[in-house]
Design a protein. Structure first.
Length: 551
């Protein structure tokens, strides 16, 4: 029973795991995928329509990972373009988390809109950090439009810190980048802000040069807010140059074109009337400017100047305190450290990370090089050992050849010595043979002519075989290192006649010559040789001459 329960629990766990896996595998429906596609295509031209399409996706959590990231990015873009300023970064961070490893272009836009969200939340440091991250992806993907937008937002950061030279530099970069991308509208905006940088530095002549160029370039765009802003700043610039008629003209033109940024237009009127001494008219327009936004310090300073000219120092002091308060309020929204310093810090951290990666790669390369060097060293040692072994073998072969040559030379010398000894022996034998022949002839003569014995007795000597034997044996022993003595010592059964035959054979005499020398028949010599073979204990296949020559 317990076993059955365990089996049932196991099957239940497998079923639950399968259901969990099925539930975790999200899949985008064809309808939602089509909505995402159309929203993406309408984002630049009709962001409001794109936002409407995206709102028809009822449950974004059912989308696949890639589509969920695209939905988060498109929604953030649509909110920004439709001037719906959200303050939560939870949506856009879905895109930054996903695209960081998949698509550098989408990742760049995701970090860019995260910077916009951080700006809405007054998180200046988060905005700056996100912009720098976006710039990294934009540079990597070589996306000119995104890079231009990032340059523009960086210029705004520098503007908030009153670093006008850096602001101008980045707006010029943005202008150049937008020109490369053929983006006319953003190119005009960037060039206009270059003029704004000169305006903020009180270089009104240079500012008006840019404003006049931009005024002509903005005509084909037909964007009222942009044209109104150009006219407004031209009016302010002329007001600071004390060209009040042109200042009022452009201020009125700005008012007629658009009611956007009315607070700035009213400020222009108030500034002109305040400088021309029309204090009531100036206060009239200052009262119409109810929310001066970033112009609050200048707005309060204009009130201060107005009351000072009127002689109302109590109110002038009041507005001077508001000027300080407004500046403090704006400073709180700026970065705690300069944007340039933060960019250097970000670049330093990025370079440090890259350097760390390079150090690791270099260490790997060093290890590989070391391993390669060790392999080469081992190969070189093996090669040297092999060459040494080869040389040693060659040297040994050379020594062996030298020894062989020396042995051959020694053998040749020995052969020559033996040949000389043999020649000497043969000469001695021939001499003895001649002597023997004369003695034999003399013996025959004595036997045939006994009558002449007395007369020829002194002419020849009698034959003495013992003398011939002794002389020949002595000659053989002298030439061949006591040959007969060694032979008798080892084979004592040999007779003198056998020993003489052995010495004659060793001396190189043939059978006929030996038979003639011993005055016997050749057949008798063969019998003697057979008897000698037996006494020497030679086997049938062993040659008698070879045995005697090597003894």
């Amino acid at each position: 029973m317990l076993f059955i329960c365990v089996i049932a629990m196991r099957h239940l766990l497998i079923l639950l795991s399968f259901c969990f896996l099925v539930a975790s595998c999200r899949h985008t429906s064809p309808h939602d995928k089509m909505l995402l596609f159309h929203a993406d295509s309408l984002m630049e031209t009709h962001p409001d329509c794109a936002l409407t399409l995206l709102k028809h996706i009822t449950d974004s959590k059912c989308l696949s990972s890639s589509d969920h990231a695209l939905y988060a990015l498109l929604m953030s873009q649509a909110f920004e373009k439709c001037y719906i300023f959200i303050k939560s970064d939870s949506l856009i961070r879905i895109a930054t988390k996903y695209y960081g490893n998949h698509n550098p272009v989408r990742a760049g836009y995701a970090w860019f809109y995260l910077a916009r969200v951080d700006g809405n939340c007054s998180n200046a440091e988060g905005r700056a950090s996100a912009l720098l991250k976006a710039q990294t992806y934009a540079t990597e993907s070589n996306n000119h439009k995104l890079l231009g937008l990032i340059y523009s937002d960086k210029a705004r950061e520098y503007l908030s810190q009153r670093q006008l030279d850096s602001m101008r530099q980045y707006y010029r970069l943005a202008y150049s980048t937008f020109q490369t991308d053929s983006d006319r509208r953003n190119s005009v905006v960037a060039l206009f802000n270059v003029g704004v940088s000169y305006y903020l530095k009180s270089k009104f002549d240079s500012a008006l040069v840019y404003f006049c160029i931009v005024e002509k370039q903005a005509v084909p765009i037909h964007e009222e807010a942009l044209t109104s802003s150009i006219q407004r700043l031209m009016g302010v610039s002329y007001a600071f140059q004390k060209n009040y008629p042109k200042a009022l003209f452009h201020a009125r033109q700005s008012t007629l074109i658009s009611d956007v940024y009315d607070y700035s237009k009213w400020y222009i009127f108030a500034m002109v009337y305040n400088q021309t001494g029309q204090l009531d008219s100036a206060r009239f327009y200052l009262k119409k400017c109810q929310n001066p936004h970033e112009m609050a310090p200048d707005y309060d300073r204009l009130w201060q100047e107005n009351y000072e000219k009127e002689g109302n120092f109590r109110m002038a002091l009041y507005y001077s305190k508001k000027v300080v308060s407004a500046k403090d309020s704006l400073n709180k929204l700026s970065l705690k450290e300069s944007f340039a310093g933060l960019e250097k810090k970000y670049n330093y951290e990025r370079v440090a990370a890259e350097n760390k990666t390079l150090i690791i790669n270099n260490q790997k390369n060093k290890d590989m090089i070391l391993l390669l060097l060790l392999s080469l060293s081992a190969g070189a040692l093996i090669l040297l050992f092999w060459r040494f072994h080869l040389k040693r073998q060659q040297l040994e072969q050379h020594k062996a050849l030298v020894k062989q040559e020396q042995a051959l030379v020694e053998k040749e010398k020995e052969n020559n010595r033996l040949l000389q000894n043999q020649v000497k022996m043969q000469q001695a034998l021939l001499k003895n043979i001649e002597l023997y022949k004369r003695m034999a002839m003399a013996r025959l003569t004595r036997s045939n002519a006994k009558s002449d014995h007395n007369s020829n007795e002194n002419a020849t000597l009698p034959l003495n075989a013992s003398t011939f034997y002794d002389e020949f044996i002595a000659s053989t022993d002298a030439l061949y290192l006591n040959y007969s003595t060694r032979l008798v010592n080892q084979y004592p059964q040999l007779t003198k006649n056998d020993l003489l035959v052995c010495c004659l054979l060793h001396a190189g005499l043939d059978s006929a010559m030996i038979a003639s020398l011993l005055d016997i028949q050749v057949s008798s010599l063969h019998i003697t040789r057979t008897r000698v073979r037996k006494k020497l204990n030679l086997i049938r296949d062993e040659n008698l001459l070879d045995f005697l020559a090597n003894f």
